[in-house]
Design a protein around this ligand. Structure first.
Ligand code: NAI
Ligand code: AKG
Length: 446
């Protein structure tokens, strides 16, 4: 970053929020990417475009008291970061994970502004969560916690104000409990949350959307350089919602998925993973991925990170969590033949890892663009709820394909316009920033 205005803004942020490492990382990556746009628009400095875009409209943080199965009172901290509502109601998931803090919430909400803009749908950027660890908790404990979380959160959300959904640790079960509690307190329509169970007003295809959308984005990356998914070896990390449905769609389209993981370790199956077994372990029984090797004697299990192992493959799809790939692990991927990286998770590749991908001319699809299918179908769920309609699985999937194709095109076109040689990360940032900056100017000083 050499532009003086940008440097001043970033320096101030890094002094004020020196402990918010993930937030600063996301902002720095973004500013580096949009530098050519700022150079073209010196008037943005007087309009304080960057100061405004990096300051959340508001951050809500709150106490979440609940009672565990032993009758003991537990307390967690909940958050909702309402970052930017220029494009519509704040939209973004709720994460339940012990690592949740203000920095992680702010980075996710910041990314969401641009991701949501790329979908072309009328949704602003937000994110929320709590430092609650669902691992090992009973169904009753999860419900107690979730109801207490919603009892406070419901004061700040609404179908036209802020529409949360799921993220790590929050799936249809948790959204169902949240929606039940919201209705009990407000007696309002379903549009207040997305990712709801289908009978409670959820959309067909939302559960699958992030993983499927990731593969539709990957297909565009492949087609652009005259390649296909057929026969390609695909490494996937994570084994949650995004990883599972990415694996399913990749296999359907001829890819060979050779790995999955969780926070304890990773499985590797040379000839491809059997997804029915994974479904039984991870989705039906909420178990650990290690159990897979009991059912598949050809598979191996490694403790620790998937990315620490030498696995020959063509495509890597990180679908677990932020900063899961560091510089050294990125170099290992390059050395093992990976040519395409598309991110299902949010910011899974550390900044230095992305540098390695770029230096080695890998095709790199950033999470902000590649994983936008989930929030896009959430916005379609909002549309269906407000029209009191239900679209079929096929209708939703068709719309998702069109949206992912369009997001890829926006990233590619912006990369071409600035002569960036297939830099889809910079392209996605530039395309969405240009659109948001225009909107900021139209809206006056807000
Ligand atoms: N659910 C959605 O619609 C969307 C999710 N994402 C992102 O995708 C990623 C995964 O989310 P979901 O699949 O929804 O969550 P999930 O809770 O269903 O699954 C998370 C997976 O990541 C693994 N994991 C968590 N921490 C880990 C660590 N430190 N090391 C290795 N594995 C770890 C977990 O074991 C689990 O397999 C997150 O970054 C999330 O923000 C992005 C867009 C939408
Ligand atoms: O569907 C949504 O609103 C949440 C999606 C989300 O959290 C994400 O895109 O990271």
């Amino acid at each position: 970053m050499v532009n003086n205005y940008m440097t001043r803004v970033y320096d101030k942020l890094s002094k004020t929020f020196e402990h918010e490492t993930e937030f600063l990382q996301a902002v720095k990556n973004f500013l580096d990417a949009i530098e050519p746009v700022i150079e073209k628009h010196p008037e943005y400095e007087d309009l304080a475009i960057l100061e405004r875009i990096t300051e959340p409209e508001r951050i809500i943080s709150f106490r979440v008291p609940w009672v565990d199965d032993q009758g003991k009172v537990q307390v967690n901290r909940g958050y909702r970061v309402q970052f930017n509502s220029l494009n519509g109601p704040y939209k973004g998931g709720i994460r339940f994970h012990p690592s949740v803090n203000q920095s992680i919430m702010k980075f996710l909400a910041f990314e969401q502004i641009f991701k949501n803009d790329l979908t072309g749908l009328p949704i602003g950027g937000g994110k929320g969560g709590a430092d609650f660890d669902p691992k090992g908790k009973s169904d009753n404990e999860v419900m107690n916690f979730t109801q207490s979380f919603m009892t406070e959160l419901q004061k700040y959300i609404g179908a036209d104000e802020d529409v949360p959904a799921g993220d790590i640790g929050v799936g249809a079960r948790e959204i169902g409990y949240m929606f039940g509690q919201y209705k009990r307190l407000n007696a309002k329509t379903p549009g207040v949350l997305t990712g709801k169970p289908i009978p409670a007003g959820g959309s067909q295809g939302r559960t699958e959307a992030t993983g499927y959308g990731l593969i539709y984005f990957l297909l565009e990356m492949l087609i652009e350089v005259n390649e296909s998914l057929e026969g390609k070896r695909v490494m996937i990390s994570g084994s949650g919602n995004v990883a599972y449905f990415a694996a399913k769609k990749a296999m359907e389209l001829g890819g060979v998925v050779v790995s999955l993981s969780d926070s304890d370790g990773a499985i590797y199956a040379q000839n491809g993973i059997d997804l029915d077994t994974v479904k039984q372990i991870k989705i039906d029984n909420r178990g650990r991925i290690k159990e897979y090797i009991d059912a598949d004697s050809d598979a191996e299990y490694f403790e620790g990170s998937l990315w620490d192992h030498d696995i020959k493959a063509d495509i890597a799809l990180p679908c677990a969590t932020q900063n899961e790939i560091n510089e050294e692990q990125a170099q290992r991927l390059v050395d093992n033949g990976i040519k395409f990286v598309a991110e299902g998770a949010n910011m899974p590749s550390h900044t230095n890892a992305v540098k390695v991908f770029k230096e080695n001319k890998l095709y790199y699809g950033p999470g902000k663009a590649a994983n936008a299918g989930g929030v896009a179908v959430s916005a379609l769920e909002m549309s269906q709820n407000s029209q009191r309609l239900r679209w079929t699985t096929e209708e939703v999937d068709e719309k998702l394909k069109v949206i992912m194709k369009d997001i890829f095109k926006q990233a590619l076109d912006a990369s071409n316009a600035y002569d960036l040689d297939h830099d889809y990360a910079a392209g996605a940032d530039i395309a969405s920033f240009e659109s948001i900056a225009k909107l900021m100017i139209m809206n006056g000083v807000v």
